[in-house]
Ligand binder design. Structure first.
Ligand SMILES: [Zn+2]
Length: 284
């Protein structure tokens, strides 16, 4: 469906905002302009290397000690978890650009635009409760899908991607079963999710009973690419996430940790969860 001009405005505004962020990084105190002039200011961390998203000749810089949100690639504007995700995809499925990929709630920089540009089989979805499921959200060039009850037929995709989505789901077990259903045999899920409970098992911050949200801990919100309100954090995940989601879905799960400064992959809470519909695992 052709997007109309008024519906395109929010998308253009988000794209322009991201481009502005990249431009600001270029002319900022550690940016390419000052580096060329030899007057760049000292940063908390800076290194030249190869960005898994935008390629060789990259410059990674952070002005802050909290690298997860601040260690940017000065060219593509990506953050470490996005580079860790792309490196993991490249490692497990180097032919990703030939595969059928679906991403739930993509971001507007980093991995999502790269996959959209380079993989003809890429599609994505957001969830708007006010609109019919399975319909196109033309202003976002995406389908309207509830990850806990998707309208796709079984075995539709080779790769499924979620970036910092699972901490916001009220029924993550149902969502992982749905992802397993829409993935083909040997299909694979790549998930970034903050494992904030570093030394404790997974715990809930909120539950939904009927239409009511019951808060077990103080309400906490993360930024949401399509909502100014932000997304409520429902689960504080721990390192038992692989076991919990494997038990719920029958998929094989593992947690990938990469620390590689040359690729700009260093940060707190930077794990990637990888889950596969393995034929030998399912029948074994
Ligand atoms: Zn980059």
């Amino acid at each position: 469906m052709q997007a109309t001009l008024p519906r395109l405005v929010p998308t253009v505004r988000r794209w322009a905002g991201w481009k502005l962020q990249v431009a600001k990084a270029a002319i900022g105190p550690h940016g390419v302009v000052r580096r060329r002039l030899g007057v760049a200011e000292p940063a908390f961390l800076k290194v030249d290397g190869t960005c898994p998203i935008c390629g060789p000749g990259a410059h990674f810089v952070s002005e802050h000690s909290w690298l997860r949100d601040h260690f940017l690639c000065s060219r593509c504007g990506s953050i470490p978890r996005e580079r860790a995700l792309m490196a993991t995809i490249q490692s497990f499925r180097p032919n990703w650009h030939q595969l059928t990929i679906h991403e739930s709630s993509p971001g507007f920089r980093g991995v999502s635009p790269l996959l959209k540009r380079r993989a003809p089989g890429y599609s994505c979805s957001y969830f708007d409760e006010t609109k019919p499921l399975g319909a196109m959200l033309s202003d976002l060039d995406a389908r309207n899908e509830n990850i806990e009850a998707m309208t796709f037929p079984d075995r539709s995709f080779d790769i499924f991607i979620t970036q910092d989505v699972f901490e916001h789901l009220f029924d993550p077990e149902r969502a992982i079963r749905e992802i397993s259903r829409v993935l083909r045999l040997n299909g694979i899920l790549f998930m970034t999710v903050p494992l904030v409970n570093r030394a404790a098992p997974t715990s809930r911050r909120a539950e939904r009973h009927g239409g009511e949200i019951v808060y077990l801990k103080e309400a906490q919100y993360h930024g949401d690419p399509i909502s100014a309100k932000g997304a409520l954090v429902v689960t504080d995940w721990g390192f038992d996430i692989d076991e919990r989601l494997a038990t719920a879905s029958g998929m094989q799960a593992r947690i990938v940790e990469i620390d590689d400064l040359e690729r700009g992959i260093r940060a707190e809470l930077n794990e990637v969860v990888v889950m596969e519909n393995r034929s030998d695992w399912i029948t074994g």
